[in-house]
Design a binder for this molecule. Structure first.
Ligand code: ZN
Ligand code: ZN
Ligand code: ZN
Length: 390
């Protein structure tokens, strides 16, 4: 047993000490152990000191080379791992896109950039002055008026006549709202039925006719527009500076329908605000872009939906300059100018809510309040009368 060679002995020790493994870590510690042993052997050898240091030098260079190759081995290993991971990701992506193709799910239209597609959700709602956003509902709307030669004079008469000849049950009509609009006309609204299908001959026999009426185009406000531009120049700038990634159709709609309506805000400054009118698809495109570039300015863009209320009589739909009604106070609803109100110490009373027959706490707010039920109803009507392309 004494004749056991050093190499055999070492192999036995290796077998005992080291769990066989081919990881680079175990290779490294094995190698280090061998180097240490070799260095000891060299130091104990009966050779000259200069030979010893020469051999130790060679050993340490061998060790350095081994380390380097080990690192490159690890990098190769990691690169291989990375390549495998990438291949997995690629396969997963292919699966996802195959699924998207078969279910025709929300693959964003090609003309929208990724960021725009991500933001396109916001444009499904309309931002109203109270700061909230409301989802416009698609409603079918018709306005019914007496024919020119009809004896019907008031909206009530028109309504009574219509109710006599048109049986909602017979035609499967689901009316959400019937309102008087104008002197002798009434408006029907329905979320569930297409009201243009009401039989014309029945109306005709009763002396009534459907008044053709298109919905209004949506309006947008542009903040910080150079004030030295004419409406035509505003339109030109919007079109040439903002539709670079729009589809031909959206660009065409912008050319055809975009109108710079009026300017508002301070008159004496370099920049002011504009209200523009656009097609529903152009509204979507511009709101998703978030900024509208005009000349050197990046302008904020928002929905602009306003209910006009007269400062004189508080009624909706006209300005005080066109007012033909009596003065009515915006605070107490009595017959005086709001600015001259002597009832400011009392709870307010809303002139419009009183007029619409509300009572009690429901009317205890100023006419200007943006939570006023009469105002909200009017705002809702305005939104449903605007074409958001639903
Ligand atoms: Zn008025
Ligand atoms: Zn008053
Ligand atoms: Zn009110």
């Amino acid at each position: 047993m004494e004749a056991e060679s050093a190499s055999t002995k070492r192999r036995r020790e290796d077998d005992d000490d080291v769990i066989p493994s081919d990881t680079s870590e175990s290779m490294e510690s094995l190698f280090d152990a061998d180097i240490l042993r070799l260095t000891k052997v060299i130091s104990a050898s009966k050779i000259t000191t200069s030979r010893q240091s020469e051999m130790i030098d060679i050993v340490s260079r061998l060790q350095a080379t081994f380390r380097k190759s080990l690192i490159s081995h690890r990098v190769t290993q990691q690169t291989a791992d990375l390549a495998n991971t990438l291949a997995d990701v690629q396969t997963a992506l292919q699966n996802v896109s195959a699924k998207l193709a078969t279910t025709s799910l929300a693959a964003p239209p090609a003309q929208l950039s990724y960021a725009q597609a991500a933001r396109s959700k916001i444009v499904e709602k309309v931002k109203v002055p109270s700061g909230k956003s409301v989802s416009p509902v698609s409603r079918s709307t018709v306005v019914i008026v007496p024919k020119p030669d009809s004896p019907l004079k008031t909206a009530d008469e028109t309504k009574t006549t219509l109710m006599k000849v048109l049986d909602p049950q017979k035609y499967g009509l689901r009316l959400d709202r019937v309102t008087k609009t104008g002197k002798s006309s009434i408006r029907l609204e329905s979320e569930k039925t297409d009201l243009t299908k009401i039989p014309m001959d029945i109306l005709d026999k009763a002396g009534l006719v459907v008044k053709p009426q298109g919905k209004s185009l949506p309006r947008l406000s542009l903040i910080n527009v150079p004030t030295n531009l004419s409406p035509e120049q505003v339109k030109e700038a919007i079109i040439s500076q903002n539709f670079h990634d729009a589809s031909d159709e959206v660009l065409h709609l912008a050319n055809q329908h975009l109108k710079a309506l009026f300017r508002f805000g301070p008159r004496d400054q370099q920049n002011g605000n504009w209200i523009i009118e656009v097609h529903a698809d152009v509204r979507r495109y511009l709101l998703a872009s978030r900024r509208v570039y005009i000349a050197w300015n990046a302008c904020r863009v928002n929905d602009h939906i306003r209910v006009t209320r007269c400062f004189n009589c508080q009624k909706y739909g006209h300005h005080s300059s066109d007012c033909k009604s009596e003065l009515q106070c915006g605070h107490c609803a009595e017959k005086h100018d709001t600015k001259a109100c002597s009832n400011l110490d009392r709870d307010p009373t809303c002139a419009n809510c009183v007029r619409f027959g509300h009572k009690g706490d429901v009317v205890k707010h100023k006419a200007i309040s943006n939570t006023c039920p009469a105002y909200l109803k009017r705002l809702d009507a305005k939104i449903s009368n605007t074409d958001y392309g639903l």
